[in-house]
Ligand binder design. Structure first.
Ligand SMILES: [Zn+2]
Length: 303
């Protein structure tokens, strides 16, 4: 597609990705094939022995069985819990690979591997469970798609092949440090720095770990907090520091003292002076003394 007169071309700009093709040879030596997304593909896929592809892997490889996402989502940041990576200066930018996925966006997350400073070590983790559906390998670095996420700038390892299933949080591989450039991606960074170019469909926003990324202004928001480029983000935080943990009674949006939400409010309600018991004619009234006194419960007094 779109070839120049000089016939210089590359797979990314001029090729088109039509999806996985399954080939099957029957007892008579005849080959049949099916392209992903067709009913025939689902049939052939179901015939693949479990030792080669698990049921879960089959399900995530088959577009007819895959759960459609209404908005872009990941369950976790793709690096080790309790460590941080830095949101890249480009903010929201194009994912590329337009012959594979159309109109996708991406963000960069960087680290220098300085775990002493709390920075993430060089291990990329699966942000959501799924099977590899596409691999770009130019001999310099690797890019892969797993479901509705793209991970670009990996170093080669033997697990990076189509059909390989990763559970959530499982190690995918290491990222390529330093500067490089080839057809599956390029980076300009210090020799000890590495980053993932993390892509997702352009649905207006992207959600992960309680954060909402606006694809229009490139800002991350959680509760009352807003973060832009060059901010560091910690993975696997179940109790974000912005959630209070002392002072009266606190109602959190989520279980586990977690006030993250994407509703644009603080995600918690705090009542400073808790409860007064008022007894009137055999009835005990519990009053929470916040900004305005509110009757929260009425009990029958036990004699
Ligand atoms: Zn990038």
């Amino acid at each position: 597609m779109g070839l120049d007169a000089d016939l210089h071309w590359n797979l990314l700009d001029n090729g088109s990705w039509f999806g996985l093709v399954l080939l099957h040879q029957d007892e008579n030596g005849r080959w049949t094939s099916a392209v992903e997304g067709t009913f025939r593909f689902s049939l052939l896929l179901s015939d693949v022995p479990r030792e080669i592809l698990s049921d879960t892997a089959k399900q995530t490889l088959d577009p007819l069985q895959r759960r459609p996402l209404s908005s872009s989502d990941a369950n976790r940041f793709p690096w080790q819990s309790g460590t941080q990576m830095q949101y890249g200066v480009l903010g929201v930018h194009d994912n590329g690979f337009s012959s594979v996925v159309s109109g996708w966006k991406a963000v960069d997350f960087l680290s220098d591997g300085n775990t002493g400073a709390g920075h993430a070590p060089n291990w990329l983790l699966a942000a959501i469970a799924g099977s590899i559906g596409y691999v770009c390998n130019d001999g310099t670095s690797i890019a892969i798609r797993i479901g509705d996420l793209f991970y670009t700038h990996l170093l080669y390892n033997g697990n990076l092949y189509s059909g390989k299933y990763f559970s959530e949080g499982e190690e995918i591989g290491q990222l390529k440090p330093g500067s490089f450039s080839n057809s599956c991606g390029y980076a300009s960074q210090g020799s000890n720095w590495f980053h993932v170019h993390w892509g997702f469909p352009n649905t207006g926003s992207f959600h992960v770990e309680g954060w909402t990324l606006s694809l229009s202004d490139g800002k991350w928001r959680r509760g009352g907090e807003t973060r832009g480029t060059l901010s560091w983000f910690q993975a696997g935080g179940t109790s974000p520091p912005s959630c209070p943990t002392s002072g009266g009674v606190i109602l959190y949006w989520n279980a586990g003292y977690n006030c993250s939400n994407d509703k644009g409010n603080s995600g918690f309600v705090q009542v400073n002076v808790v409860v007064e018991l008022v007894s009137r004619e055999g009835i005990v009234v519990a009053v929470a003394a916040g900004p305005t006194a509110t009757v929260v419960s009425v009990f029958e007094k036990l004699d």
